[in-house]
Design a protein around this ligand. Sequence first.
Ligand code: ZN
Length: 531
Amino acid sequence: MKHINLLIILFLTLIFADSCQKMEPIAVIPEPLECSPKKGHFSLDEETFLCFSNFPEDKRDIQNTIREQYTKFFKLRPNLGDAESAGKNSILFEVNQKNDKSLGDEGYELTITGRRIVARANSAAGLFYAFQTLKQMSYGSLLADGGKPTIPCAKIKDRPRFAYRGAHLDVSRHFFDTDYIKKYLDRMAVYKLNKFHWHLTDDHGWRIQIDKYPALTQKGAWRPERSKWDTLHPVLPDEPMTYGGFYTKDQVREIIAYAAARNIDVIPEIEIPGHCSAILAAYPQFACDNYPYTVAVGPYWPPKAIMCAGNDGVLEFYKDVLQEVAELFPYPYIHIGGDEAFNDNWQVCPKCQQRIADKQLKDEMALQQWLMNEIEKYLKKLDKKAIIWDDIVSEDMVNMSTIMSWQDPKAAVIAANHGNDIIRCPTSHCYFNFYQDDPEKEPLAMTGLITLEKAYSFDPMPAGLSDKAKQHILGGQCNLWTEFINTPEQADYMIYPRICALAECVWTDPSHKDWKKFQNKVEMHTAFRKR
Ligand SMILES: [Zn+2]
């Protein structure tokens, strides 16, 4: 009888233990390279130790972000420690002393048991991503009744497919303050995106302080406030210019530091030579003609404003501006535009025609190539490299800039075969200002439809490349043009959940992508965001 009782207790214990230690669902976006779920979970509480080991001195900002996010996200004040104090009930973030090639620059390894969590990586960036994964793994517990944070046991090994994983934001059509820029960076960081493309200048407003040309922000950053964007009316002479804004250099530095602490590089874009109404409103002497340019209000097509490529002052202007921009931004790349440069004015401008004759250029398109090359040469002197929209790509191009490919993939293939590096953001998959659902039911957006499923089907690697040319595909990004997006809420509405799709397209190996599983994960992430 005694033995039978013991057997029953043992049997019940086994059943109970098993029911307590069932596998919990793991919903990480982007999908990790390898993930083996185990039974049980790690519980976080006031006693949990947060331990850091071997963080490089110059990456303390990332360590601090992990600590701050831990406190804010889990609503727990951690006990801080190092490798020595990383025992029971601890999370250790350790930079490998010996480089583990299988993890690369941004990969990480996570071992989660009921007793402790260990994250290892070759870099602070990898550990930051390990922490983003841990946060997402707790969504299920935080959504459940009681909401006590737990993380399912698992072994994870992860690294990105592409080094360039970006998101773009147009702050010219509508201005977004630094609070929102920081939120945007936070949203990017959760999904392991690491390049912020800041579209700072366009027809509808110049958004960055330039000391040598104060009118750029005194005049070029402001336009009349109009409640509607969908109709174009010219600016009236007595209309107050009250709508707009710009970033001071101190604010720009603040954003760069905030981004760096989240492993995000900031790429400023200064549009050359088109999309320049805001410049010409401030400095009309840089135009080919005497047209009274104003900061643009509302949509119009084609945007005819173009800087005079025959005017030496224009080249000097760009050099001065880029010098100040280069001093501010530490990342080696500056985006210099080059898209939609309608050259009608160049065709009839004596100065531009003189330049074409002097430089023995074939036509106006060659004049743009010449101008972009001059700028590229100047950037080299500043130890910077240029990114240019793919409008400049042609079979006979000489330019060696990095190409941002937004149009037909043919341009990306031509440029990659030519030896240019490529960043892909085709309008077919990556323009998140397009409708995401039936236009009849959606708020006004840019014509075009990119559903979540369509966004998820994006492959940054175009077909038809040799192995050598494939090395030139750096990755991809989503673009958010803000013609029809005038509030932070609307911007969030347009990027979610498509930013999740983009993240998986640029991080996850295609063999691990799974549309059905992705939909389930998005459901959980959406529920978590809206909780
Ligand atoms: Zn001209």
